[in-house]
Design a protein around this ligand. Structure first.
Ligand code: SF4
Length: 422
């Protein structure tokens, strides 16, 4: 829908493009060189490089396929449901725990249906123990991470959807090495099952002593490694497994699942047609193409207005309010006029359809990728709120252990630890 067709703002929003001169820091990589294409633009990688496929797992199959596979292994179809219950309800793949399966065929059945997908290489835990960052090694040695966080009233897992990433954002450690490969549906789901196992084993801290409830992951954010919409089919199949009622899936609420993207417009449109009411988040980080072209290279394919139009369409089709993610970076994208421009662009597309989550970066002395001053952050938020856009600064808990979105990367140490385990 062209912007001119949109509902006009309920009240005019002053746009200040001039004013006291503020420094404009331009995006640039630090300590690494961005790969470029033949035209000298940052290289974008959409296709997953060919690598050995991960083993096929129960979570990759539909319930019907699970029954067929169990029969193929020489057992009656109802065993598929028992296996699904062990995996999706008890979070186990250990044959020793499956005493309801015939002892003589148990190993073979479990080996065929629940093959090992990932090995825990290491975990980092905050002092309070209420945040855990897991580093996983996949069957082919690729490393991915997930971050488990306890908040009041919810437990959130930030999951990876790709090993590496092909979007080449200059601020992002994950993108540096490019895309290693797409993760399979089961590899995405396994991150949740393993997190649920850790919670069931009492490994996530912060639970009140008086609370004896059974806990599990309630919220998923696809803000770990990778661009989820670049691995569309497997991510959506994983979402279907997450929302399928137990024992065929994890029985989670779609509303608690946030799918985020840097702006792959055709995939946003496809997502809107799926009829699964997930929360949709657009990582915008700049309202003007001039800056966003450099900050988010995929902007060279789909511009700010196209991404916002697709986000608005998502709201229209699903009725779900869209989140705009905006990392505030000192003197790069935190100018007051950018807050005004963002408000203008959002209001031009109607009211009540969107909220903005500015994300303060960590202070990093000497880096251009550092946090905005607190008064600048507050001014940015105030301007959006005053223009009628609900805006809240986001919690950046994961950053305490270097696990927040866009910072997920396997360090050399992690690589060494994985190699030692191989
Ligand atoms: S910020 Fe996200 S989309 Fe960009 S390179 Fe990093 S993981 Fe990929």
């Amino acid at each position: 829908m062209p912007a001119s067709d949109k509902t006009p703002p309920a009240r005019s929003t002053p746009v200040r493009t001039t004013g006291p001169a503020r420094t404009q820091v331009r995006p640039a990589t630090e300590g690494w060189t961005q790969k470029k294409d033949a035209e000298g633009r940052p290289l974008l990688q959409f296709a997953s490089p060919k690598r050995g496929k991960p083993p096929v797992h129960l979570a990759d199959m539909t319930p019907e396929e699970r029954i067929a596979k169990v029969k193929e292994l020489g057992l009656p179809g109802f065993r598929a449901k028992q296996l699904s219950t062990h995996y999706f309800t008890h979070y186990t793949s250990d044959p020793a725990h499956m005493t309801d399966l015939p002892a003589e065929q148990r190993e073979e059945l479990v080996g065929g249906m629940l093959p090992p997908l990932m090995t825990e290489v290491r975990r980092l835990t905050t002092d309070r123990g209420d945040t855990i960052k897991f580093l996983w090694r996949l069957h082919d040695g690729a490393l991915v991470e997930s971050v488990l966080m306890r908040y009041p009233g919810r437990i959130t897992l930030c999951v990876s959807s790709q090993a590496g990433c092909g979007m080449n954002c200059p601020f992002c450690a994950t993108g540096q090495a490019g895309l290693t490969r797409n993760m399979s549906t089961a590899e995405i789901v396994e991150q949740i099952v393993r997190a649920n196992r850790a919670i069931a084993d009492g490994e996530l801290g912060g639970k009140r002593a008086s609370d004896h409830s059974m806990e599990r992951v309630s919220n998923i954010v696809f803000m770990g490694m990778g661009e989820p919409l670049a691995n569309y089919k497997r991510v959506m199949d994983a979402v279907r497994v997450m929302v399928a009622p137990q024992p065929n899936g994890l029985g989670m609420s779609a509303r608690g699942i946030t799918v985020s993207t840097v702006g792959l417009v055709p995939a946003i449109r496809k997502l809107a047609d799926e009829n699964i009411p997930v929360t949709f988040a657009l990582s915008l980080h700049a309202p003007d193409d001039q800056l966003r072209d450099e900050l988010i290279p995929v902007n060279s394919r789909w511009k700010v207005d196209e991404a916002l139009d697709a986000a608005r369409e998502y709201f229209e089709k699903t009725g779900r309010r869209v989140s705009i993610e905006y990392a505030l970076i000192k003197d790069m994208n935190d100018h007051a006029w950018r807050a005004d421009l963002l408000a203008e662009k959002l209001n031009a597309r109607g009211r009540g359809w969107v909220h903005v989550n500015p994300i303060p970066l960590n202070p990093t002395p000497g880096s251009i990728w550092t946090s905005s001053d607190v008064d600048v952050q507050n001014e940015f938020v105030r301007r959006l709120n005053d223009a009628g856009i609900p805006t809240t600064l986001r919690d950046t808990r994961g950053k305490e252990i270097d696990g927040a979105c866009g910072q997920l990367v396997a360090t050399t140490e992690d690589e060494a630890a994985a190699a030692a385990m191989a």
